[in-house]
Design a protein around this ligand. Structure first.
Ligand code: ME8
Length: 505
């Protein structure tokens, strides 16, 4: 089955930070999970290169917008590698193929009768590239997100008849109560709709850095329409030689809560205006905070994803962000917090469980996992886990899915302590215990480690692959996510998955 998963496309007016990495990691977890399930995944990310946020920074620096985007887009593209992002394509909205497809799509919207010419007057935030409605204006006519004064804009524009979709949008929200998650964001979007929708600008003529409006070349399309359409245009050319538009639509979007209105109101309305199906789901994340404030380039409090990965490795950064900040909520992050989870959860809970389980099979059974059934008590506690994880991930409950697996990792650690295989080994030698007892424990541990590694693969891609290779079971297929689905393998040596003392000064 075709499955398109997307991140927001990033403004290239500054370098990437961990806040950007967060959406990429969330989308990557879903992409990898769906590949495990056998879906034909198209994972899309990229850069949003037009509009005022970019044009203004270029003007300040005395360079052309094209120079600025050519300088910064590669930094965003390069963020994927160190994070182990498995995106299938990286779209840049300055791509001529994208621009042509945007013009075609928006011409269709006009032909369908949803575009007209009129005068716009209102308040505008150049950093959000957003025309604010009354309810969105903060004290003193400022932007609630950036805190900067809003600008009074007055211009002759092309308009999109958003108001025509009031009823259809309300119906969409009524019929599909979880197409926006979490519910708090869904309710926020719905309240905005119920407040009454006004038509919005489709074009701008105050700036020239954008996609030209084909029927009025003095204008460029308002950057948000051009940006949103990336999710659809990339399907045409993102997989060379294949047009995925029919097979992979509708998409699942991962976004931040600051761009909710565009994705859950403007975007479905635009698609309806063109007669195209709305997205499958919109998964809305909160903010990563540093010392209680949003991590952002304008605040200058950003954590550098490259540095964090350099010290702790991609798996640890991926794991930390999704474990620390429950997807959908805001949460504080720090390098100290990362180190602490690295040591307690990755090195101790998981890394140590894996290495001691394999070491015991080597020590007590010459490296051959006994071919016996797993302990039914542990089997019962893993029962239904793959289905639960898949359901949670499909519902956008990314952190809950990780927690469900982590509880089993902890359970296996307790199992080692309860069963004390080293005592069973002594008893076996002294012939006071049967070989079957230790056989069962070792098999349960190896199989538990294998199954959890398959389940954890989307969060910890590199270390789970290393571990599964050491067990001789490299298969990541979802059918192997159930406890008991694996063979009784010969196990090899395993280097520590999460070495201690990383990044010590
Ligand atoms: O909004 N924590 O681009 P952008 C979590 N080009 N997420 C954060 C964050 C933080 N501290 N800081 C930023 C745009 N983000 C548009 C999107 S999509 C068609 C166009 C997230 O580079 C933010 O929430 O300003 C947003 O979802 C994403 O990074 C891109 O932000």
């Amino acid at each position: 089955m075709g499955y398109e998963i997307t991140t927001p496309i990033f403004y290239v007016n500054a370098a990437p930070h961990l806040g950007h990495a967060y959406s990429t990691i969330v989308a990557d977890v879903l992409a990898r999970h769906h590949r495990q399930r056998g879906d034909d995944v198209f994972f899309l990310t990229g850069t949003d290169e037009h509009g005022e946020p970019v044009a203004n920074v270029a003007a300040d620096r005395g360079i052309t917008p094209q120079q600025l985007v050519d300088e910064n887009a590669p930094k965003f593209e390069a963020m994927g590698g160190p994070l182990e992002a498995s995106n299938d394509f990286f779209i840049r909205t300055s791509d001529e193929r994208h621009k042509a497809a945007v013009q075609e799509f928006l011409t269709l919207v006009k032909d369908n009768g949803y575009v007209y010419e009129g005068d716009y007057e209102g308040w505008y935030c150049p950093k959000c590239a957003d025309f604010k409605t009354e309810s969105e204006i903060a004290e003193g006519n400022t932007c609630p997100i950036h805190g900067i004064p809003l600008i009074r804009e007055k211009e002759r524009n092309w308009f999109f008849r958003l108001s025509a979709f009031q009823e259809q949008l309300e119906q969409l929200y009524a019929e599909r109560p979880d197409w926006v998650v979490p519910a708090v964001r869904r309710n926020e979007a719905l309240a905005f709709i119920r407040n009454g929708l006004q038509d919005v600008s489709l074009s701008r003529n105050a700036i020239s850095w954008g996609v030209t409006v084909p029927w009025d070349p003095e204008h460029v399309f308002y950057v948000w329409w051009d940006a949103l359409l990336n999710y659809r245009t990339a399907l045409r050319f993102g997989r060379p030689g294949h047009d995925l538009t029919d097979s992979h639509w509708p998409p699942v979007h991962v976004i931040g809560k600051d761009i909710l209105k565009f994705h859950t109101i403007y975007w479905p309305a635009l698609l309806m205006a063109a007669g195209v199906e709305v997205p499958e789901k919109v998964l809305v994340g909160g903010f990563l905070l540093v010392d209680g404030a949003k991590m952002s380039k304008s605040k200058g409090n950003v954590l550098d994803p490259f540095e964090a990965v350099e010290t702790f490795g991609a798996d640890a950064v991926r794991f930390y962000l999704l474990r620390e900040v429950s997807f959908g909520s805001d949460g504080s992050v720090s390098l100290d917090g990362l180190r602490s989870r690295y040591e307690t959860e990755l090195a101790n809970d998981f890394g140590n469980l894996a290495s001691r389980s394999l070491a015991m099979v080597r020590r007590y059974r010459d490296g051959q996992t006994p071919d016996v059934a797993v302990d039914p008590a542990i089997g019962a506690e893993f029962e239904g886990l793959p289905g639960e994880v898949a359901r949670l991930l499909d519902g956008g409950q990314i952190s809950q899915a990780l927690d469900a697996v982590w509880q089993r990792v902890r359970r296996l650690n307790r199992y080692v302590e309860e069963q004390a295989p080293w005592t069973l080994a002594k008893a076996e030698k002294a012939e006071s215990a049967s070989r079957a007892d230790l056989d069962r424990v070792l098999r349960t541990l190896v199989e538990g480690v294998r199954a959890t590694a398959v389940l954890l693969h989307p969060w910890l891609p590199a270390s789970t692959e290393k571990l599964l290779a050491a067990i001789g079971c490299p298969d990541l297929d979802w059918s192997g996510a159930a406890l008991g689905a694996g063979p009784a393998p010969a196990v090899g040596e395993l280097e520590p998955l999460f070495p201690k003392d990383v990044g010590d000064a």
